[in-house]
Design a protein around this ligand. Structure first.
Ligand code: ARG
Length: 561
């Protein structure tokens, strides 16, 4: 039963579609007035009436029945109370029928979403700053998939630029094949850092690096082989993290992939008279839109980050025919995206409106800031490993006899890192704290995982969940939990609509809290048979829903903790 839709079908607001009404219906924070509420403020303008009056009139006309038992109008809100037994029946039946698919939808069928995320830079550390893009993008990928969209995950590799000339210069001068092979990104980064240190004394190195870069561009065999090797080493290192975080890509077409796809863009800009020369460079003037110019070609004719992004967007439209193309990139790059989106729009690409910059805030560690150049970076791999170790120590202390402690610690530690990055509204800057993300009683994944283990243990002790049971009128604790469970499909949809996986993370904590309240206030296994059976079904439904929700974030659930 989709209650919002059901209510919307029974309401008649002139000039407002059923869809719009259903969308406007929300679960009020204080549910003593109603289980759902329709704020009537938004209709005041169309109807030329006060919200209070609209609510009153809608109330008078509403036909209550066995689904909606009570309607009231309060301060411009129309409140609905649902038939509790009906809701309980409905939610439990649906979850047990749909199981792993509970929350899925087909609203995205036939539509494609490209998601550009994680987008690592070759030979550069994969650091804590890449955490958000990776887990946010990964969650959006799964969420859109869940809603039936075709999703294309793209790792827009940072594999173009003079820094690769520097790296070749450094490797040729000081590199050791075996050390680099074994050291991966760390070894490459050390070479890069050394290059900068030495170039400060010896500026000739910069010329050498430029020459090497030119050789890469001209297709020099040796230089390109080295470069491909750096790429391979980087991706091999990064893959370890992707495996831990359960992250997948459908394409690794990076910046260099567009080297030969930029000329048509430049030509088109010129043909349309959008390109102007400024201090030798070719730019698109965006003053009329309150932005600094978008630089397309430098004075030496070389391309820029924006030029490559324009070629990439065009290629993606042609290749995938996306309905939306998301860029999960930090807000530091706001201007960059605004600029090249605008330029594509000025070029008459009607699909430019479907490009979305999903901006997010900074993640810093309690220890403080970092810089790639100077070499003092916090590798994401180290953060995850440390979290797993800490999780192990906590678990070992709490439950020394637990089997598979390592497996459990991995799920808890990885979950903590992911959840820590996803719990807040994505645009907020966050400070990552190990103690905070591993707090068993906090708003954390481990709290949710622990709740799942608790539910699983109840079910294990019951041995089986009865297929048949009678649903009574639920008590307050049961009803709050049931309503929350029933809300899951809507939560997934809103998370997708707002590009906000935090909705799912918060939802997990909310459901876990409601389950724990139910668990501590109501007897389950000790209850009389009829009540026991139904409460076991409710426990199973909670576990299914939480597993599905955590799964969307890339977090696994240990059976025992
Ligand atoms: N590699 C870039 C960086 O680390 C992010 C790329 C984002 N994607 C894009 N299409 N610009 O800043």
């Amino acid at each position: 039963m989709d209650y919002k839709r059901y209510v919307a079908q029974h309401l008649n607001v002139t000039g407002v579609s059923e869809e719009e009404i259903a969308e406007a219906i929300a679960i009020p924070p204080d549910t003593s007035m109603g289980d759902f509420a329709l704020p009537c403020f938004r209709f005041a303008k169309v109807l030329r009436k006060s919200p209070v009056m609209i609510a009153e009139e809608l109330k008078a006309a509403y036909p209550t029945d066995e689904v909606i038992s009570e309607v009231s109008a309060v301060n411009g809100y129309l409140n609905f109370k649902v038939n509790k037994k009906g809701l309980a029946d409905d939610v439990l039946t649906r979850i047990s029928r749909e199981g792993k698919d509970y929350g899925k939808s087909s609203i995205g069928n036939g539509k494609t979403i490209c998601i550009d995320y994680s987008s690592v830079n070759i030979a550069k550390p994969f650091h804590i700053g890449h955490l958000s893009t990776t887990v946010l993008g990964g969650a959006l990928y799964r969420i859109f998939n869940y809603l039936g969209y075709r999703t294309v995950g793209i790792n827009h590799l940072g594999d173009y630029g003079t820094q690769f000339g520097k790296l070749i210069s450094a490797y040729t001068r000081w590199g050791d094949k075996q050390l680099v092979e074994e050291g991966g990104i760390r070894a490459l980064n050390e070479l890069y850092v050394r290059f900068h240190r030495e170039a400060e004394e010896n500026p000739a190195l910069d010329d050498e690096a430029r020459a090497y870069f030119k050789k890469i561009e001209e297709g020099d065999k040796d230089c390109n082989e080295l470069f491909e090797w750096f790429k391979e080493l980087t991706l091999k290192d990064v893959q370890k993290i992707y495996d831990l975080l359960d992250i997948h890509f459908d394409s690794y077409a990076g910046e260099s992939f567009y080297s030969d796809k930029m000329q048509p863009i430049v030509d088109e800009l010129r043909d349309r008279g959008l390109l102007v020369e400024s201090q030798g460079a070719q730019i698109v003037d965006l003053e009329a839109y309150g932005m600094s110019p978008c630089i397309i070609l430098k004075s030496d004719g070389s391309s820029l980050y924006a030029t490559r992004d324009m070629a990439a967007a065009t290629y993606r439209k042609k290749t995938y025919d996306f309905d939306k193309c998301l860029y999960v990139v930090a807000y530091q790059q706001n201007l960059h995206f605004k600029q090249f989106f605008k330029v594509l729009e000025l070029m008459g690409k009607e699909w430019a409106k479907d490009l979305v910059h999903v901006a997010y805030g900074m993640v810093s560690l309690e220890e403080g800031a970092m810089s790639t150049r100077k070499g003092n970076v916090v590798f994401l791999e180290d953060v995850i490993k440390k979290c797993i170790e800490k999780a192990y120590r906590i678990i070992d202390e709490k439950n020394p006899s637990l089997e598979n402690k390592e497996e459990v610690a991995k799920k808890v530690g990885v979950g903590a890192v992911i959840f820590g990055a996803l719990y807040n509204n994505k645009i907020k800057d966050i400070t990552f704290s190990y103690d905070k993300v591993l707090n068993f009683d906090g708003e954390t994944s481990v709290y949710v995982q622990y709740t799942c283990a608790r539910a699983a243990s109840v079910l294990a002790r019951a041995e089986s969940v009865p297929a048949e049971y009678t649903v009574p009128v639920p008590c307050a604790q049961e009803f709050e939990l049931l309503k929350a469970l029933g809300d899951f499909p809507d939560v997934v949809k809103s998370a997708a609509e707002k590009y906000e996986p935090s909705y799912v993370a918060r939802y997990c904590v909310d459901v876990a809290q409601k389950f724990n309240k139910f668990y501590f206030d109501c007897k389950i296994l000790q209850a009389e048979k009829e009540v026991r059976d139904y409460r076991l079904a409710l426990t199973a439904a909670t576990l299914t829903t939480l597993e599905n929700a955590l799964g969307l974030l890339g977090i696994g659930v240990p059976e025992k903790m």
